[in-house]
Every structure is written in structure tokens, then in C-alpha cells.
Ligand binder design. Structure first.
Ligand SMILES: [Zn+2]
Length: 158
């Protein structure tokens, strides 16, 4: 028998410890929580993606009365990036959320499983790790890659 262990490296940073580029993404992710359409969950999520060409594409969760028809902020952003700049790899993504009280979540909000799977494919297409910044009220969790969020992932292209 061989026992293995999977670990996820997380760097906890204060806003002041972020680089100017990271702060820009964090600020936009927070701003785009205001672009959310979440009349059902009242959980507003924003995402900001920096691409290899320097462009930043943002997204917000979009809900629908036909519940599964909506999409999360992360997929809203990465699908928009893919449509606007096909073939340009993602460099980093920041994600922020406001809860039902309208305040930013105290702890960083992490992507759902479906978003992790979708983002992983974009990371694979990019050919390099995609930095992940999960934004909380007081701190930011930095993860080195999407695959660190989804170990043992299903992939057909990797
Ligand atoms: Zn999601």
C-alpha cells in the first residue's frame, strides 16, 4: 500500500502586501460584485481576470428563474475572456463576494466545483499556472494555480 497526501499551498496576504497588479484585480473583483444579478441567492460574486495580453476581463454571477441556467462570476469572466480574446491565456484571477448582509464575506470566497473544472481547462490551455486571489474582507488568499484548487482533476486535454 502506498499512501499519498495532497496539499494546497495558500499564502494569506493583507491588501497592503499585494502588488499593484494584484490590487487592481482585487479592486475590480470587489467592484463587480455590484454587477451581480442575484435576486434568488442574494449572494453577489465578482471576478476579474488578467490575460496574457494585459487585458482585464471581469464577470459577475448571473442568476435565472430557471435556476441552473445562470452562471457564476468566475465562468462569466473566463467565458467572456475566451470570447473576446480567443487564444490568449489567463494569467491570474481574483474573486470576491458579498453575502446576504451586503458586506464582503469575512473569509475569502472560493470557486464552486464547476468553476474549478472550467477554470482548470483554461489553465491547461494557457500552458502555465494561473494565479488565484480569493478576496476576503480582511485578507486575500493567494493560490499558485487552478489545479491547486482541484487536485486529481478530470481532464481530457491535459
Ligand atoms: Zn461557480
Amino acid at each position: 500500500m502506498i499512501q499519498q497526501e495532497i496539499t494546497t499551498p495558500i499564502t494569506v496576504l493583507a491588501y497592503d502586501e499585494l502588488s499593484p497588479e494584484q490590487r487592481r484585480l482585487v479592486d475590480l473583483a470587489r467592484e463587480y460584485t455590484g454587477h451581480s444579478y442575484a435576486p434568488y441567492s442574494h449572494f453577489c460574486v465578482g471576478a476579474a481576470i488578467r490575460l496574457g495580453n494585459g487585458e482585464i476581463v471581469c464577470g459577475a454571477n448571473q442568476e435565472n428563474a430557471a435556476y441552473p441556467s445562470g452562471t457564476c462570476a468566475e465562468r462569466s469572466a473566463c467565458y467572456s475572456a475566451g470570447a473576446r480574446f480567443p487564444g490568449v491565456g489567463i494569467e491570474s484571477i481574483a474573486i470576491a463576494a458579498r453575502g446576504t448582509d451586503g458586506q464582503f464575506t469575512p473569509l475569502p470566497c472560493a470557486p464552486c466545483g464547476a468553476c474549478r473544472q472550467a477554470l482548470l481547462e483554461y489553465e491547461t490551455l494557457a500552458g502555465h499556472d494561473v494565479e488565484v486571489l480569493l478576496v476576503g474582507r480582511e485578507s486575500v488568499y493567494r493560490l499558485p494555480s487552478i489545479k491547486s484548487l482541484l487536485p486529481l482533476a478530470f481532464t481530457e486535454i491535459g
